[in-house]
Design a protein around this ligand. Sequence first.
Ligand code: FA5
Length: 319
Amino acid sequence: ILEEAREEIAKVSTSRELNDVRVKYLGKAGTVTSLMKRLKDLPPEERPNWGRMVNELKDEIERILEEKKAEIARLEKEELNRKLWADPTMPGTRRSLGHLHILTKVQEELEDIFISMGFSIVEGPEIEEPWYNFDALNTPEWHPARDLHDSFYINEKYLLRTHTSPVQIRTMLSRKPPLAIISPGRVYRRDYDATHLPMFTQMEGLYVDHDVTVRHLKYFLEEFARRLLGENTKVRLRPSYFPFTEPSFEVDIYFNNRWFEVLGAGMVHPNVFKNVGYDPERWRGLAFGLGIERIAMVKYGIKDIRDLIRNDVRFLENW
Ligand code: FA5
């Protein structure tokens, strides 16, 4: 029996199998236990001998079981360690990190350029009152920009601002001149094609002081274009019309073999100064409104403005 048990125990490789063997020999109905039960059937003089023998057998089997148990515990621990072990020489998993959207990058670059020229950043609400968006900007009721078809009205009292120019009004009402501010933000219009989005980003600029002239305006615009797009960037000012500036200009940058309109600008209209309580005899101002998507298109050679908002990673990954 001992030999048989020894062999069986040697073959075992898990604690579960080992327990089965234990039950088979030492359990209530096990081989050794039933040998012990036979004791009472023997003649009294044979009992002590038999008892001793069976006890020795039981002790021996228990000893072998214990040995095996220790061995299995050791193997199981080794196995666990093998699973937990990491090879520090293996190459790491490559995670793809996101990056800033090119619109954000262009906006931040523009902010840095104007901040370095002495401008500070202010913000205004996207839900605006017509007075700030139009009237205060010398844009009378009959002006086409007030047409319901161009603007998104929320109700009779509010609309989504159609440009960042109302921030000029809010700034001048709350601050005294001189001042130099830029104001980036979203604006909304009923527009949609390869160069127009219904929601896009403008950056307003306003500089008010005693002796501001068109030469300053031209300097700031050429300077920003060269710093952002390179020394050889060609900039063109075309006479234009905005109700809130006089004279007014549309500013183009040469790109893709043609002139590309990127911003509107001009000298602050005296009526605008009157509307905010600035004396038009004492103060002069220059103002501009850049289209940030348009500038990103020029900088990155993007032909369709809608690519900027499609959120196609294959497109965005290029920069
Ligand atoms: C204005 O919005 C004036 N407020 C700009 C201004 C400010 C003039 C201060 C004078 C003084 P305009 O509608 O031209 O002007 O828009 C300015 C720029 O926004 C355009 O040159 C163009 O770059 C961009 N833009 C206009 N409409 C869209 C559109 N739907 N999608 C993307 N960009 C647009």
